[in-house]
Design a protein around this ligand. Structure first.
Ligand SMILES: NC(=O)c1ccc[n+]([C@@H]2O[C@H](COP(=O)([O-])OP(=O)(O)OC[C@H]3O[C@@H](n4cnc5c(N)ncnc54)[C@H](OP(=O)(O)O)[C@@H]3O)[C@@H](O)[C@H]2O)c1
Length: 362
């Protein structure tokens, strides 16, 4: 029997990380060690009950924690930092340090859970800059530049790097920004500031499968930015698909950002790293939630992120969920809320301020 290769998963208890840990656990090739702040959370315990999965207590924004995690000498690492806790500046710092520390400890394959570098894609127009995407996107560029530079310089024995770039989760139709409202007459409405552009929604269930593909196919995945989506759809498309699947009338009603933002923020005058709670001191680099999500809605709503090569993705993962309609049927989508994001779940659970070590001193 071949020995399982250990993969360190950072962000493994989150919406995006859970399918990755599940896929590693179910595969014949890998085992997972999951970094979490809280070994006893429901999500952590559920993962710990899976075969080939162990937990490790620590935080993403602490250098000793990162060193301790990588000191387990994993073959690979799958790293998703949480911008909603860390904030842009800390995510940038710890994202770069996590990569450097992985190299120090001799990791063989590093997967950076990336997001679109919106500011660069939008031609450096500041109206499209928001912290929780651009921090990841900058690090993604840096990691790929190192990887490609080393290949060109003949350094083939180094660490393989791959970006797994996700857009907004399709699963956010259950939770967070994309949840519709049910009207008194039983119809549904998506009332939000999106224009009619196409958004590259990704079904989270496939994130685990794409991650396995990356690990299993290093020749194809090294230095690749695998930018994934299930389907690129506009909000009118989402409403029409919902009606086709459920038979329930649905519409998209665009509303101005100024009206939408105060209704949608997690609590009044939240910052972009809202998950730390309202009372944690922040420095002036941290965007407000409203600034952050104004740019977010502009970029995705105008279709600036609809860049995915769906034909290529069909080749990589022939069994992928092919469309929003297929996903809605698969998950029995009914427009009603279900918990997806751990950060929101923790906030609703009244756990108060979450600790992010790097935010203690500003
Ligand atoms: N929502 C979307 O559509 C979307 C799309 C693409 C990318 N993203 C990105 O995904 C990231 C969030 O991940 P998610 O969607 O999986 O969110 P989530 O469900 O809220 O999970 C957050 C994860 O981050 C971990 N975490 C947070 N702060 C930590 C810290 N200081 N130390 C250690 N672990 C920490 C949590 O672990 P514990 O609580 O167990 O410690 C949990 O695993 C964000 O940066 C966001 O930009 C989101």
């Amino acid at each position: 029997m071949s020995e399982r290769k250990l993969i360190l998963v950072i962000g493994g208890t989150g919406a995006q990380g859970i399918p990755v840990v599940e896929a590693l656990s179910a595969s014949p090739n890998y085992s997972a060690i999951v970094l979490t702040r809280n070994l006893t959370s429901t999500r952590a315990q559920t993962l710990a009950s899976l075969p080939n999965v162990t937990l490790l207590q620590g935080t993403q924004d602490s250098l000793p924690s990162l060193h301790a995690a990588f000191a387990h000498k994993p073959h690979g690492a799958w790293v998703n930092l949480d911008g909603f806790t860390l904030g842009e500046k800390n995510e940038l710092f710890y994202g770069i340090r996590a990569y450097e520390i992985a190299r120090h400890h001799g990791v063989k394959h590093y997967i950076w859970a990336n997001t679109d570098y919106a500011l660069r894609i939008a031609g450096w127009d500041e109206r499209y800059h928001w912290g929780h995407n651009d921090a990841k996107g900058r690090i993604g560029d840096l990691i790929l530049a190192h990887g490609r530079g080393e290949r060109e310089g003949g350094l083939l024995g180094g660490m393989a790097v791959s970006l797994l770039t996700t857009g907004p989760y399709m699963d956010m139709l259950f939770d967070g920004m994309y949840l519709p409202q049910e009207k008194e007459d039983g119809s549904f409405v998506w009332r939000n500031p999106a224009a009619n552009g196409k958004i590259p929604l990704i079904a989270l269930a496939d994130v685990g499968k794409y991650s396995l593909w990356i690990l299993n196919n290093p020749l194809q995945s090294t230095n690749l930015n695998l930018a994934v989506a299930t389907e690129q759809v506009s909000f009118p498309d989402i409403a029409a698909t919902f009606t086709r699947v459920t038979g329930i009338p649905a519409t998209h009603e665009p509303m101005p950002l100024e009206e939408y933002l105060p209704l949608a923020e997690p609590y009044p005058h939240a910052y972009a790293n809202w998950a730390l709670g309202p009372d944690t001191p922040r420095d002036k680099s941290v965007m407000t939630w409203r600034e952050n999500f104004s740019a977010w809605w502009r970029f995705w709503g105008e279709g600036k992120g609809a860049t995915r090569d769906m034909g290529f993705l069909d080749g990589v993962l022939p069994e992928r969920v092919r469309s929003l309609e297929e996903w809605m049927r698969l998950v029995r989508y009914d427009g009603r809320p279900r918990a997806v994001l751990k950060g929101l779940e923790d906030m609703r659970g009244g756990k108060g301020t979450r600790t992010g070590e790097g935010n203690k001193v500003v």
